[in-house]
Structures are given as C-alpha cells and as structure tokens.
Write a protein that binds this ligand. Structure first.
Ligand SMILES: NC(=O)c1ccc[n+]([C@@H]2O[C@H](COP(=O)([O-])OP(=O)(O)OC[C@H]3O[C@@H](n4cnc5c(N)ncnc54)[C@H](O)[C@@H]3O)[C@@H](O)[C@H]2O)c1
Length: 397
C-alpha cells in the first residue's frame, strides 16, 4: 500500500506573510490558538507586531515574552495600522481576536489600511455589515478569513467527499450538536473576563451560545454538505440562568434545506456535566457518517445492515483532499492545534492567490471566507428572529 504524502512545514508560498494581531493577549482565551495555528508552519506567517491587549503595559510585557520587538508593540489597533504602514517591512495581514462588538470596526480599519484580515467569529452583528465589508474587501483586493478553528480537521473533507460520492445515498438528515456545561456556573458571568462580555448583548451581539458555539458547527456542516443550503429555520431559545436573558444559554433549532433535507441543532452552555464537544451526524438513505471533535482522528461510517466502520485519519484509503492536510501520520494523534494550523494555512494560500491575482485558483479553494462569516451572522440573526417571534419558521435568505 502506498503511503500518504504529509504536510511537513515546507513552504507553500514564496515567503511567510508579515503578520500582526489585535487582541489575544495574556488573559485572552483564544490568542494562543491563533499563534498555534499561524506559526505551526514556520513558512506561512511571521509574527511581527501586536496590539494584544486593552492594557498597554500588559501588552508590552506579554509581547516581549512571546518574542515581538518592543517597538512593534502598540497601545491600540489604530496606532498599529498607522505605524506599520510607514514601514517597508510593515505587516500585511492582521488577525482580530477581540470581543465580538469590536470586530466590525477593526476589520474595516484594517482593510482601509491595506491589510488582509483574519477575524474571529461571529464575524459581526448584522448581515448588512458583512455585505458592506465584503464589498470593501473586493475593492481593496483583500481576503477576509474567519477562524472557524475546528473546520481544519481533515476528516471533515473525507466526509464531504463520501457524501458527494453518494456513499451514504441520498442525504436525509443533518444532525448537529455543540454543547458543554461550563455555563452552569452563573457566578462566572460576573467574575471571568471572557464570560462577562459574552452575556452582555451590547458586547456579544443578539445571542450567546448561538453565536459563540453553534456558528462553528453550522460552518462545519456547510463544509461537509455544501450542496444543501438552509431554506428556513425554527428556533426556540432559553436562558436557564435567568440573568442572561434575553441572551440564551441553550437553544434548539430545526432546519429545512433544499431537496427535502431536514436538520436539527442543539447548542448549549448548560448541558451539565458535558465537556465541550461537537457532533455532526449526516444520515443518508443507505448509511450515516458521524464526526465528534473529541475524537477527531476517527470518522464513523455506518452502512445499514453491515458492521460499522471506523475510518482512521492519515490512512491511504482516505481521499487525497483529506490527506493533503495530514501532519502527524496515522500512528500518532492529531488535535485542535493541527486543525487551527490547517485553517491558517488555507487562509495563507488564499491571501497568496489574491496577491498574485489568481482568481481562478481562489475560486476553487475551500476555506472559511467572508461568505462563511456572513452565513454565520445570518444563522444567528434568523435563529433569534424565529425564537423571539413565537418560534416561527423563518426564511433563511
Ligand atoms: N474560534 C474559536 O474557537 C474561538 C474560541 C474562543 C473565542 N473565540 C472568539 O474570539 C474572540 C475573543 O474571545 P476570547 O474568549 O479570547 O475573549 P477574552 O475576553 O478572553 O480576550 C479578549 C482579548 O482581547 C483584548 N482586547 C479587547 N479589546 C481589545 C481592543 N480593542 N484592542 C486590543 N485588544 C483588545 C483583551 O485585552 C484580551 O486579551 C471572540 O470574538 C470570541 O467569540 C473564538
């Protein structure tokens, strides 16, 4: 049997992209994931500048400790964009790892400063903002990528291929879940920096878990089943910790897709005892595929009437599109850091294609782009609209 040609960090683009980060400082939850993703391959990005924190002293101390030159640590993003633009070796792409309410203004400023953008989810509060930024990015010739960090698990691409090839028959049901129990601790809403803003509508947006969690799973489902688009949603949302209202800490969503496909999402931060986990189960007329992000090295394939199969990551029997992102080889485990590295690599390749003007190559690339970000905003908006109007079916477009 032939082996699998693995990613080994060798360069895929001419030189690493000069990279800066806004947010993601010492106390930030997600900053290290960004650096893990971008810097895994020494050949994709080079971290050169940061406005890492709302507190400049902490930004400077933290920045020095992670090896950024002191004169490229900035008190805020505006100063960073201005000062970096003056340098011949200034940053050309920026990641935004700040609370939700800041994403729109920082993305807009970054594009206007001539930077490519990699922004956290949920991208912005309103679909119109997403459309406006998409137009601006097109005018400026820049990429806006979204860090749906779980979407780099390569077995999702195997799922995509098997569904496309008819290996589960006609798709009938798209069953999704992203739940954990860490929101059971109501006191954390008052104490934990990263939780305080999440339960404040002015800072988090119109939702809590629908935006914070389910946008990930929703994007992953679109990645594995791109041929099925949501037509309408019906959502019921609850605030089991009452002080969180109107923001939900639990929601159930039903989905209608084209071609009679139906779906269901359960998203929760109050699933007591549950660790953070996402499940995607795609049920077809002949078989089902199931992926769980706690076991990202395995994909379950169940054919009706036959023994179940567990497909293992890194094996030659998987599709090339999946094995193209193999890093560790089948006999070693991979995890979330590898997924982030894949997401960052895909965005680097998209930026490179954009810089070279290779729109044909860009069109074929599968990565979390601005459209995926806008779909995430639409998902939240429509779910909230349905829930707050008596749990009615709401058209998705
Ligand atoms: N993709 C994922 O898997 C994932 C995981 C966690 C969080 N997130 C998203 O990442 C974003 C940040 O979440 P978090 O949990 O890290 O938040 P956090 O509150 O833990 O950290 C925010 C960080 O940003 C800094 N900051 C805030 N405003 C800033 C500004 N104007 N300029 C510079 N720095 C600023 C803070 O000092 C802090 O370092 C949110 O949008 C969240 O939804 C995504």
């Amino acid at each position: 049997m032939e082996g699998v040609k693995m990613l080994n960090g060798e360069k895929k683009i001419e030189r690493p992209l000069r990279w800066g980060v806004v947010g993601g400082g010492r106390t930030g939850q997600v900053g290290y994931k960004h650096r893990t993703g971008a810097l895994r391959d020494n050949t994709a990005y080079q971290l050169l500048a940061g406005a890492f924190d709302v507190d400049f002293d902490r930004c400077k101390d933290f920045g020095k400790n992670i090896g950024v030159a002191e004169d490229r640590l900035y008190p805020d993003y505006k100063t960073m964009f201005e000062e970096e633009a003056k340098r011949s070796d200034g940053i050309e792409v920026v990641s935004i790892a700040t609370p939700n309410f800041t994403h729109y203004e920082i993305t807009k400023a970054a594009l206007n400063a001539g930077l490519h953008v990699i922004c956290e989810k949920p991208l912005f509060f309103k679909v119109e903002q997403g459309e406006e930024i998409k137009k601006l990015a097109e005018e400026k010739g820049k990429i806006v990528g979204v860090t749906y960090g779980f979407s780099g698990f390569q077995l999702l691409l195997q799922m995509r291929k098997m569904i496309e090839d008819g290996m589960i028959g006609d798709v009938h049901m798209i069953e999704l879940r992203y739940t954990h129990g860490f929101g059971c601790d109501a006191l954390a809403d008052k104490k934990a920096e990263g939780q305080k803003w999440r339960v404040n509508p002015a800072k988090s947006g119109p939702s809590f878990v629908l935006g914070d969690l389910s946008t990930h799973t929703f994007y992953m489902s679109q990645l594995v089943c791109p041929q099925y688009r949501v037509k309408e949603v019906l959502c019921d949302r609850q605030s089991f910790v009452k002080s969180r209202a109107p923001l939900e800490d639990n929601a159930y969503v039903l989905m209608h897709y084209n071609d009679g496909v139906i779906g269901r999402m359960w998203v929760s931060a109050v699933d007591a005892g549950s660790m953070d986990s996402q499940h995607l189960r795609i049920v077809g007329s002949k078989a089902s595929l199931e992926f769980n992000d706690w076991q990202p090295n395995e994909l379950i394939y169940e054919v009706q009437g036959k023994p179940n199969q567990t497909l293992h990551r890194g094996m030659p029997y998987l599709d090339d599109s999946c094995n193209a992102y193999e890093r560790m080889a089948a006999l070693h485990t991979e995890g979330l850091g590898d997924s982030w590295a894949n997401v960052y690599l895909k965005i680097a390749l998209a930026i490179d294609a954009k810089n070279r003007g290779d729109e044909e190559a860009l069109k074929k690339m599968v990565y979390p782009d601005i459209n995926a970000g806008i779909d995430g905003i639409r998902w939240i908006t429509k779910c909230v609209e349905s829930a707050d109007n008596g749990n009615k079916w709401v058209s998705f477009d």
